[in-house]
Design a protein around this ligand. Structure first.
Ligand SMILES: *[C@@H]1O[C@H](CO)[C@@H](O)[C@H](O)[C@H]1NC(C)=O
Ligand SMILES: *[C@@H]1O[C@H](CO)[C@@H](O)[C@H](O)[C@H]1NC(C)=O
Ligand SMILES: *[C@@H]1O[C@H](CO)[C@@H](O)[C@H](O)[C@H]1NC(C)=O
Length: 633
């Protein structure tokens, strides 16, 4: 039965030699493998972390009652009560401090707002420590927190508040006025509105601060949230779509866990300090940042708002080791004046998405050895990727077994003109060949569910059916991705970031990249506008000029002509002092595209590209020749 015993025990010289080479081979193996499969180790590490996460997830689901991020927080409080959890504007709150305050919040809200397990309460606050204990307080009652974007007002605020059935609204003192605008409607709907200040003279809004201070700090009974499972909604997070009103994505406890694991995958350790300046009402700040930090038990330096000038000083002052980013932020940081101490900081890891390769390279050169972990994933999506290998520009990598089998996804052919997937004669979608760009779709299964939006209609719109088989269901990511021959996945475009002109696809990011090579252009937002009598959309660029510099029309024309094909050259330029950005800094292309290029409507200065001549100021004459079809483009 034991085949190997004899030869090993009594080695002949020949066998001895074979054994030695085998041992030497084992020692050398990692090096040989590294040469042949350079990404084996990162792949393996990633798969191992993935397996670890899957095991944790299973055990959390099995416990009764299930184990949520709140339970993790409470375990942290027991293990490290005195450790700093939140640092904000000179204030410092330990894990125990935050636990006590959240218990006070829970008591007062259950008494005054009559909140019970399963109820929803909306939180309308900016980044501040109270945000965290209000949410934890709600979680202790088994309630769902609806995280309202603190920049929205009036009609859209009401829309967002109403679409998730909240019966309580909690607002910070500085945002009270924004709520007053919609107060009559809220009171009509019997909504209880609370402000976190000591007093409030607005009828219908109750001040809570004194009562909070007076409430007991003792822990609350877990029986209050006894029925919570991993599938129970934990949060509503509004996704800032490029079109229409925001949608409330349902984040259940399982999804909250999965997003929080991002820090584990990226290699965050318990001694790290994370800097959170992204808004807590979005998934990047809340899930990848805050709840991820709770999972790791680390200190969070919470910043009200991003500030390019304070960024590195904050990092130095608080010994920050991990930062989050979105592409634009990295560019803003690179655009700040160079300083001698640019490389003096302890930041070792940047976690985020949307960075362009040129910015990535520039950032590393300028600010030193920060490991950039680019990840891809939507708040409501059922799939995500991570660049765990260090390949500049890539958002992730297909690793042979794990991903595609357990998370079935595909890149399918997409018709940018009709704005829908290409279908074959049987009505099914078509996968793109390796190396080509396609729309990312991810199969909706029991293990990769799509929890959807509060609104069922919107949920339906994000689901594609009959993708590869009749009746199958896929999540439509709305993103165009490409996989190269080594298996690296690249983000190409968000649908809407491409438009079609003269039968060609124009990638707006590519045009932007070319335009900002010019020193006097600080930012460029490129989009397509409709022209009467023409198919497709023609290019237009809204520019923000570098401070103190002038727009050089001739140089712009010469430069763009050199780098871009004729169909991609913006035909119109619009100069704006401030480019409109959404709360997450996504440029608002749709709004600009709708505004078009009519000089009677647009007050900003505009330029038109005359055939073979260059840019000239836009006039009413040019506009009417174009719209009446006398001037063909
Ligand atoms: C939990 O579920 C049980 C059984 O369905 C129910 O009787 C109880 O009221 C629920 N508890 C809460 C706090 O909703
Ligand atoms: C940051 O680290 C330095 C050196 O280790 C230490 O002296 C300082 O107290 C730390 N600052 C904070 C805010 O932790
Ligand atoms: C992602 O790519 C960058 C490229 O420089 C690399 O430094 C970083 O280590 C990568 N991220 C991870 C998690 O490996």
């Amino acid at each position: 039965t034991c085949l190997f015993k004899t030869p090993l025990l009594v080695p002949t010289p020949r066998k001895m030699y074979a054994l030695l080479t085998a041992v030497a081979g084992l020692v050398l193996l990692p090096f040989l493998l590294h040469a042949r499969f350079p990404y084996l180790w990162p792949d393996l590490q990633y798969v191992l972390r993935g397996v670890g996460i899957a095991l944790r997830m299973r055990s959390y689901a099995k416990r009764a009652p299930c184990y949520t991020v709140l339970d993790r927080f409470l375990d942290r409080v027991r293990a490290q009560p005195g450790k700093a959890f939140l640092v904000h504007d000179g204030g410092r709150f330990s894990y125990l401090d935050v636990d006590r305050r959240s218990s006070q919040v829970a008591r007062v809200l259950s008494r005054r707002g009559r909140l019970r397990e399963g109820d929803t309460a909306a939180v309308f606050m900016g980044n501040e420590p109270a945000y965290v204990w209000v949410w934890l307080g709600l979680a202790k009652l088994g309630c769902v927190a609806s995280l309202l974007n603190c920049n929205i007002r009036a009609g859209s605020l009401l829309h967002c508040f109403s679409c998730c059935g909240a019966k309580v609204l909690i607002v910070s003192a500085d945002l009270k006025e924004a709520v007053e605008g919609i107060l009559p409607t809220l009171l009509d709907q019997k909504v209880a509105v609370f402000v976190l200040s000591k007093e409030c003279d607005t009828v219908g809004i109750e001040a809570l601060a004194d009562e909070l201070d007076a409430a007991s700090e003792e822990p609350l009974s877990p029986a209050l949230r006894m029925n919570v499972t991993l599938k129970t909604p934990a949060l509503y997070i509004y996704t800032s779509g490029t079109t229409g009103l925001p949608k409330a994505a349902v984040i259940n406890h399982e999804r909250m866990w999965l997003a929080s694991f991002m820090q584990t995958i990226a290699g965050v350790t318990s001694s790290d300090v994370i800097y959170i300046y992204l808004p807590l009402y979005h998934s990047a700040g809340f899930l990848m940042g805050l709840t991820g930090a709770i999972d790791k038990g680390i200190t969070v330096v919470l910043k009200r708002k991003f500030s390019a000038s304070q960024f590195w000083n904050d990092c130095r002052r608080h010994n920050v080791t991990v930062i989050q980013y979105i592409g634009e932020i990295m560019r803003y940081l690179c655009n700040t004046p160079k300083k001698d101490n640019d490389k003096i900081h302890s930041v070792r890891l940047a976690l985020g998405n949307g960075i362009r390769s040129d910015t990535w390279t520039e950032f590393l050169q300028r600010f030193g050895g920060v490991r950039i972990c680019e990840c891809y994933g939507a708040t409501e999506g059922n799939i995500g990727f991570v660049n765990y290998t260090g390949k500049i520009g890539a958002i992730g990598k297909v690793n042979t077994h794990s991903l595609q089998r357990s998370y079935p996804y595909a890149m399918i052919k997409y018709d940018t003109e009709k704005e829908e997937p290409v279908r074959d004669s049987r009505g099914l979608c078509v996968e793109v060949p390796l190396g080509e760009t396609g729309l990312l779709v991810a199969k909706i299964t029991k293990s990769t569910p799509f929890s959807g939006y509060a609104n069922k209609e919107q949920t339906k719109k994000k689901i594609l059916t009959d993708v590869f088989e009749k009746g199958d269901l896929y999540f439509n990511s709305g993103d165009l991705l490409r996989t190269d021959h080594e298996g690296f996945i690249y983000f190409q475009d968000r649908i809407g970031d491409t438009f079609r002109w003269k039968g060609e696809n124009v990638a707006t990011t590519e045009v932007t990249d070319v335009m900002i090579m010019l020193g006097f252009i600080e930012e460029a937002n490129v989009y397509g506008v409709r022209v009467p009598g023409h198919e497709g959309r023609i290019g237009m660029a809204s520019l923000k000029l570098t401070q103190g510099m002038k727009l050089d029309l001739l140089a712009t024309y010469e430069h763009i002509k050199t780098y871009l094909p004729s169909y991609a050259i913006p035909r119109f330029l619009r100069i704006q002092n401030l480019l409109d950005v959404t709360g997450t800094f996504k440029q608002m292309k749709v709004k600009l595209a709708e505004e078009g290029f009519d000089p009677a409507v647009i007050r900003d200065s505009m330029y038109f590209l005359e055939d073979n001549k260059g840019y000239v100021p836009m006039t009413k004459d040019i506009y009417s020749s174009i719209s009446e079809g006398r001037l063909r483009l």
